[in-house]
Design a protein around this ligand. Sequence first.
Ligand SMILES: [Zn+2]
Length: 561
Amino acid sequence: MRQLQSQLAIAALSGVALMLPTAVRAQRGGRGGPDNRPEVTFPVNLPTDDARMAALKKDAVRMIDSMSTFTGQMVDEVFSFGELGMQEFETSKYLTGILEQNGFKVTRGIAGIPTAWVATWGSGKPVISLGSDIDDIPQANQKPGVGYKDPLVPGAPGHGEGHNSGVPLNITAAIAVKTLMERNHIQGTLQLWPGVAEEQMAAKAYLVRAGLFKDVDAVLFCHVGSDFGVSYGTSGQNALISAQFNFVGKSAHAAGDPWAGRSALDAVELMDVAWNYRREHLPLTQRSHYVITDGGDQPNVVPPTASVWYFFRETDTPKVQALFALGDTIARAAAMMTGTQLTSVNILGSGWSGFFSKPIAEDMFQNIKAVGMPAWSDADQTLARGIQRELGETSPRGLSTRVPDQLRTPPRQEDLRGGGSDDIGDISWNVPTVTLRYPANIPGLPGHNWANAISMATPLAHKGVTAGAKAQAMTVLDLLLKPTVVSQAWDYFNNVQTKDIKYFPLMRPEDKPAIWLNKAIMEKYRPEMRKYYYDPTKYKTYLDQLGIKYPTVRDTTKAVP
Ligand SMILES: [Zn+2]
């Protein structure tokens, strides 16, 4: 008994001793103990660059620097088109034209989506696929280089998410790599594609369904950020189901004969009220939001039709399916309460939560470190501080100037607290994938907002895209010439990522891409926006064309109004 007590005492004491570093670690990162998750412990052994590879990467960097004006002009041109999801007609026509001029074979209108396309060059294995989004944000129209709200076309859409920059980055990287492959007789296939209607999560699952990735060995996706980085394993990106609930009632004179009518709008409102009550009893990880897309025509007619469009988000696929099922139940209950019918539920988009490849991320991270952050000018920093100050930062921090030393381990499931989504998730569960984040935007901005458009056709974005293109091209070279990177990526994909989880589409077999999305908005604004399309044959930059002094910020000695 005594012996047992002393053993317990020792255990308790050593427990205290062991607890200490854990507690310290918990304070730092909210985690305790060694991270034994298989996605973290998976051993990656990257071959180092031999003399040939070092020379190839140097050539790629030189070529990409020599293309910087062209890269900036692509970024500016897509910025000036400012097209919403599914309506990226000018954008896709322009980008595919450049790819064809540079020897890529282009197939347009893939997966039943008029603005989607795939461009390929080369032959045989490996097949390396480069993607990025191209759509923009409603009501985010903004003059570039101006550090306060100042739209070119008030009310019009604009690149308030920076999706004008990713495909130009991939095109520059691909042209450089293609040139090196030709010169040095390197085998492989390059594939490029656009993320159409990413803001509606409406296209990538259809690209998967159309078989675009069935022969692909690795996908390098890229997305604008304010930092330079890459991640692996579980991401903070939520799984998502986008669904429109359509109700049908009965119209009647709203004053003369209201008892003869059944309001479809009542069903929409009661569904929303019920959802907002239920929200209190849902896990903190869920995110859900809605807009009423049809609320009737005029007050004196009982609305015979009404629709509400929901985004349901959760940290993984089974959870988001359960969340959607709850929404569906509440919609049916709302129809019962109001004597209306829930006639259809359109799935307008969907996406798995992203999960990214450790071997490719580790490889890319070395390349990012080798490239380093762009050298920001005083003008770039002044623009950044100007908008940060405008949005209420009392000591504006400006732009990030360094790449972190370490590739971060992925967040634990229990640390996930919800947030945005990207339908790259669907692709990441079909092929080893990473997302390169390149520094072409300003830290501390709200996102999906005019403020995020300010930097996107300025030297700040041009430098960030050129830096990103270098890291992207260097990683493509690694994937082409170091077969073990690809084989390790598939080992991780098969034996860690998809060991217990197999992909299935969240949309139903009968669902089709919602290609009509945003048509009316673009038809309304396009004639006015067309007047501001960028003409690179006349002006070196879009700022030159618009006659904007870079940067234009408010007098920083005065208080923000
Ligand atoms: Zn985005």
